[in-house]
Design a protein around this ligand. Structure first.
Ligand code: HEC
Ligand code: HEC
Length: 340
């Protein structure tokens, strides 16, 4: 009885009471400091699951795990850390061939993860996937480590580290990877004005001229949905996109709308990295869209078929606007860099 009351109390204090047979609860009580993030007021509220409140210690632990190659020990990705493919200087993405590395920016507001949305839910859910299936983290390595058990205990009240704890800490770190200090944000907060070209680009972006805002919605620059934007007219392999998950014909060739925040830093572009520059991307939207039965209706313009037909001036203005979405603070902040 005493123990269950203690446990109840402890639960309120962020504790994970994992083992019923534990004699002493005190060693497994988290002693973590709540963390409040500084998010622009015009962002949607960040939903944080009750079971994993944001704390200074939790974020620090998640950060350390993210940069630690120990996570891949004994797994299929030996020698790699998350940060090996998700580099801060490139908005936590990296330039590769093959499937484009999705950046880690503002994923706290995402509900579907990976290009085809194979994993949905909260950050804790995608982190479980990354930890258990992608990295196949061997938690015995962490349990035997001189520092990790103590760090987990303080941050999460963990008695014995399990993969779910690793996922929780990483999820907290991902909430910390929020970007809202770009020139565009300063403009939104009336702290800075846009140049004429950037303003004209914003007009193209936000009106029927470019129609970008329907999917790359302000302020996150994504609608968290899936669309076939007409990169191809026939699909096979990974290119079937969301269809591989839902089997619905309308999802053929549809991919998660990536955020455009820090887009100038994350070339190459599209799920397969087919475009090297933003100029190539804009040329595609302007005149390269291809028909197929699942083409998103937004891509079809009344009267003009599938051609936006942007002028060279509109294209360069649009690109100038896209550059205002770069958050220099986010990609250089030492607090987001490696703790090692
Ligand atoms: C070998 C390179 C590599 C490593 C290492 C790596 N990732 Fe990734 N990551 C990728 C690629 C490629 C994608 C896109 C894959 C896809 O969508 O199918 C991705 C996508 C993601 C996404 C989805 C983002 C979104 O917008 O939906 C998350 C979350 C993620 N990675 C987290 C992690 C975590 C956590 C780790 C460390 C445990 C990690 N990654 C390590 C290459 C890597
Ligand atoms: C119908 C929804 C939709 C519209 C409209 C749209 N996009 Fe996209 N955008 C997407 C999707 C989905 C992707 C990813 C497609 C893929 O990789 O297969 C994407 C990808 C991109 C990328 C590459 C992102 C990356 O990380 O690789 C850029 C840049 C981009 N869009 C800019 C724009 C601009 C500029 C406009 C307006 C001219 C626009 N988009 C209109 C849905 C849309």
């Amino acid at each position: 009885m005493r123990r269950s009351i203690a446990c109840l109390l402890a639960v309120t204090l962020l504790t994970a009471c994992r083992r019923d047979n534990m004699e002493e609860l005190s060693p497994c009580v988290a002693s973590a400091t709540p963390l409040q993030l500084d998010i622009p007021s015009y962002f949607p509220p960040m939903v944080i699951p009750a079971g994993n409140p944001l704390t200074v210690e939790g974020v620090a632990l998640g950060r350390r795990l993210y940069y630690d190659t120990l996570l891949s020990r004994n797994g299929p990705l030996q020698g790699l850390a998350c940060a090996s493919c998700h580099d801060q200087a490139r908005s936590f993405s990296v330039s590769t061939s093959g499937t484009s590395v999705l950046p880690h920016v503002n994923l706290a507001w995402s509900t579907h993860f990976l290009w085809n949305g194979k994993v949905s839910g909260a950050l804790e859910d995608i982190m479980r996937f990354e930890v258990e299936e992608f990295f196949q983290v061997d938690v015995s390595v962490l349990r035997a480590h001189p520092e990790y058990p103590e760090l987990f205990r303080k941050a999460l009240g963990t008695c014995e580290i399990v993969p779910g704890d690793v996922a929780k800490a990483l999820a907290q770190w991902f909430r910390r990877m929020a970007s809202g200090r770009s020139k565009f944000d300063r403009y939104m907060m009336n702290q800075e004005v846009l140049t004429l070209s950037e303003q004209l680009g914003a007009m193209v972006f936000l009106t029927e001229a470019g129609d970008c805002f329907h999917c790359h919605a302000i302020p996150l620059m994504t609608d968290n949905a899936f669309h076939n934007i007409g990169l191809d007219s026939a699909f096979s392999g990974f290119d079937v996109g969301r269809f591989a998950v839902t089997g619905a014909p309308m999802d053929m060739g549809a991919f998660k709308t990536p955020t455009l925040r820090n887009i100038a830093l994350t070339a190459p572009y599209m799920h397969d990295g087919r475009f090297q520059t933003l100029e190539e991307v804009i040329d595609f939207y302007s005149g390269g869209v291809r028909h197929s039965p699942s083409l998103d209706p937004i891509m079809t313009k009344p009267g003009t078929g599938i051609t936006l037909g942007l002028t060279p001036q509109q294209k360069s203005d649009l690109i100038a606007f896209l550059h205002t979405l770069t958050d220099d603070e986010f990609v250089t902040d030492p607090e987001l860099g490696s703790p090692f």
